[in-house]
Design a protein around this ligand. Structure first.
Ligand SMILES: Nc1ncnc2c1ncn2[C@@H]1O[C@H](COP(=O)(O)OP(=O)(O)O)[C@@H](O)[C@H]1O
Ligand SMILES: [Mg+2]
Length: 227
């Protein structure tokens, strides 16, 4: 077996609240190899999102005690500085959420939002970023991408918004993609299309994927291993 690309050891995420300490995650271990998919299944409130926010370094530092070890491609994330994490987020690791509408800004075009992420990490010009946005919209199967790039999120259907968010998360070719219940809000046929799309993109880019769901049927379809 090759060295795991992502290795989580004895992860603990404890929140201090007015009612005491909430042990949302308490002693979690898993490994993920390059280009593979790890399925995480669990009931609502079982700590799935909390785990992934810990990997991305998105918990509030003052009210959250995080212990254990998270190694991404040999780099320890729990001791990384905010600056290092910012460089990794969107670039080396990216996340897609359940609710694309809430994650996209209503005030900026789809193309601008995909392009901004790209510019932030590559220093590309606006023109290059627009071309890259159109390229990504093409890859995720948006029809007439050269026109739809100028649409606002409300002009997209739910399935198209989810595709746009996938395009945004993959625009810098991240090596780790965390998909947190990405199809839960979509109807069954669109769900199937999004799953196929993720598989195709994984083949093309060799992305490692953490796929979170509460639906065992969905996990059977996509995961190489599950825990
Ligand atoms: N910032 C927080 N402060 C206190 N408790 C939290 C916080 N974030 C999440 N929790 C609690 O941690 C548990 C796990 O939440 P979460 O990971 O979001 O569940 P899910 O598996 O549905 O994604 C829940 O009981 C939730 O209420
Ligand atoms: Mg969740």
């Amino acid at each position: 077996m090759s060295t795991p690309f992502l290795s989580v050891r004895d992860l603990r995420v404890h929140f201090s609240t007015e009612d005491g300490v909430v042990k949302a995650v308490d002693g979690l271990d898993f490994d993920l190899e390059q280009g593979k998919t790890l399925g995480i299944v669990g009931e609502s409130g079982s700590g799935k999102s909390v785990t992934n926010l810990a990997i991305l370094g998105l918990h509030h530092k003052d009210s959250t005690a995080i212990g254990g070890e998270i190694l991404l491609d040999g780099q320890e994330l729990l001791t990384a500085t905010e600056r290092e994490l910012e460089r990794l987020r969107g670039n080396k690791m990216a996340m897609i959420f359940q609710d694309a509408l809430a994650s996209l800004s209503p005030y900026h075009t789809i193309g601008r939002q995909i392009g901004e992420t790209y510019r932030k990490h590559t220093g590309a010009s606006k023109k290059e970023a627009r071309a890259r946005s159109i390229e990504m919209l093409t890859k995720v199967g948006i029809p007439q991408p050269d026109l739809r790039v100028d649409d606002y999120p409300h002009q997209f259907s739910g399935g198209m918004r989810q595709r746009a968010m996938i395009a945004m998360s993959l625009v810098c070719n991240p090596t780790l993609l965390i998909a947190d219940e990405p199809t839960t809000a979509l109807d069954v046929t669109v769900q199937a299309q999004i799953m196929d799309l993720l598989k195709d993109l994984q083949q093309e880019f060799g992305t490692s994927i953490i796929f979170i769901t509460h639906d065992l049927g969905v996990i059977a379809d996509i995961a190489t291993t599950s825990s």
